[in-house]
Write a protein that binds this ligand. Structure first.
Ligand code: CMP
Length: 478
């Protein structure tokens, strides 16, 4: 309490005491006259002695209150001067309550000797119940407060964090009702003693060397030994970081984005841990800058897997499949293997279109697993002209001539096809130019077969020759 405030209180105390003493003097001095006056004015209503008795009780009670206050201040100021510390508020309150109650009893029995105050309290069950219920919380807080004082888990000036609401602040006062803490946002939070007795409380005692943890991270390329040294030296210099214990810097995780560290340091004044945490982070930043260390951003290292060209991962079944295709029959094993390596596998769901009539196309396909339908459009509706199963091929016309797709190919069941591109075929033709002729013959023969099955005119040798030169032109072969 500051000086002007205590001076005002002293003046108020003296004035109040003077008024009460004067009032008591008047009551005693003119008691008889007052009694007569009341007797004549309030005839029959109440005894004048009782009214004067109540008046005396009120005045003596007020005087007793003032005396107790004065005693309280006197005794505890003496304790402070002798022992060097302030007595807890709760102790002072308990002293006041007991002293006042005792004085009140004495005054009451002197003024009303005929009334047995003890019996009044002890015999009235209803009064007891009402009082008990009304004081339930108050008494709970009161006794919890006493246990807090006896146990002394924390004291004024300690930093505490209370319970599930995580109220953190410096303890300012422990009264008979509540623990008062001042948060770091300068708010006052009152936690009732009974709550404080029930909830878990984290205490950072004022006299204790309390520690804090601050986290940071670095790139994987930064040396841990260097990082630990640099950060430890930077942090130990910061204000409010205790010189008694050297800060500890250690790796806490090898994370996705970088190496995660924690700094454990001890504080001289724990109540300032927010500022000190911030200062420690700042020092780390500057230390990083000076020493060429880097904080890690959230990063991902993508390792691109070169997947095998087929879903199976083994090229042998592909080579086997291609070797069994009649148009590739003239190829050597090396050429077929080369084709297999260049082939890409695709899986289609039943009903999915593999190629669409009229689209441009520069690759052909071999049915590896499953079945496809060759469909032509008739009056806007698809008509299946052939079905092709494992080992059959399609798309060769566009590949070898550069013309648009002549039909649509639709998967009839789950189907895996092997796609062979223009480039792969060109490599095969470059290595073995004679193949063009045999391939064109096979295609012509197949076309003739297809034409016959569709009752169309057969393909003659001229067309085969035309196809041969078209393929050569398309692949840039002489
Ligand atoms: P392409 O024209 O590139 O694309 C559609 C493919 O369907 C075609 O090559 C042939 O491979 C195939 N095709 C077209 N008509 C028939 C048919 N009547 N029988 C079998 N396959 C065909």
């Amino acid at each position: 309490m500051n000086r002007p405030q205590s001076k005002n209180k002293a003046v108020l105390f003296l004035v109040a005491t003077a008024v009460v003493v004067l009032a008591l003097y008047l009551v005693f001095r003119f008691g008889d006259q007052l009694s007569d006056l009341l007797g004549s004015r309030m005839a029959g209503l109440s005894k004048p002695e009782t009214i004067i008795g109540v008046l005396k009780l009120a005045l003596f009670g007020t005087l007793a209150y003032l005396v107790v206050r004065a005693l309280n201040v006197g005794i505890f100021t003496l304790v402070r001067l002798r022992r060097g510390f302030d007595a807890p508020t709760l102790v002072r309150n308990i002293f006041s309550i007991i002293a006042f109650t005792a004085l009140f009893f004495v005054i009451f029995t002197r003024i009303f000797p005929d009334v047995n105050l003890g019996a009044l309290f002890t015999t009235s069950a209803i009064f007891g119940v009402i009082l008990g219920l009304a004081l339930q919380d108050t008494l709970g807080n009161f006794f919890a407060g006493i246990s807090l004082q006896a146990d002394r888990p924390f004291q004024v000036g300690d930093v505490i964090t209370v319970g599930s609401h995580q109220h953190t602040g410096v303890v300012e006062e422990i009264t008979w009702r509540a623990v008062k803490i001042r948060t770091f946002q300068n708010h006052v939070v009152l936690i009732s003693n009974s709550t404080a007795a029930k909830e878990p409380i984290e205490v950072g005692p004022r006299e204790n060397l309390n520690a804090r943890l601050v986290f940071f991270n670095t790139l994987y390329t930064d040396s841990p030994a260097k990082t630990i040294h640099v950060v430890r030296e930077a942090v130990r210099e910061a204000d409010n970081v205790s010189q008694k214990i050297t800060p500890i810097v250690r790796i806490r995780n090898l994370a996705d984005s970088g190496v995660e560290y924690e700094v454990k340091y001890w504080l001289d004044d724990y109540a300032k841990y927010n500022d000190t945490d911030a200062l420690v982070r700042q020092r780390i930043w500057y230390a990083f800058r000076r020493n060429d260390l880097s904080f890690a951003y959230p990063t991902r290292t993508l390792l691109v897997e070169r997947r095998p060209r087929t879903s199976g991962g083994d090229a042998a079944p592909i080579v086997e499949r291609l070797a069994a295709v009649d148009i590739f029959a003239p190829l050597s094993t090396e050429e077929t293997t080369m084709l297999a390596q260049a082939a890409t596998s695709h899986v289609f769901a039943p009903g999915e279109t593999v190629i669409r009539a009229g689209d441009p196309g520069s690759s052909m396909f071999v049915v590896h697993n499953g079945r496809v339908a060759v469909q032509l459009s008739e009056s806007g509706r698809p008509r299946t002209v052939a079905t092709l199963s494992e080992g059959a091929f399609f798309g060769e016309m566009a590949l070898f001539t550069g013309e648009p797709r002549t039909a649509s190919i639709v998967a009839m069941e789950e189907t895996e096809v092997l796609e062979i591109g223009h480039q792969a075929m060109k490599l095969v033709f470059d290595a073995n130019p004679d193949l063009v002729e045999s391939l064109s013959h096979i295609i012509t023969e197949r076309r003739q077969g297809l034409a016959a099955s569709e009752d169309l005119e057969g393909t003659d040798m001229d067309e085969s020759a035309g196809l041969l030169s078209a393929i050569k032109r398309f692949f840039g072969l002489s």
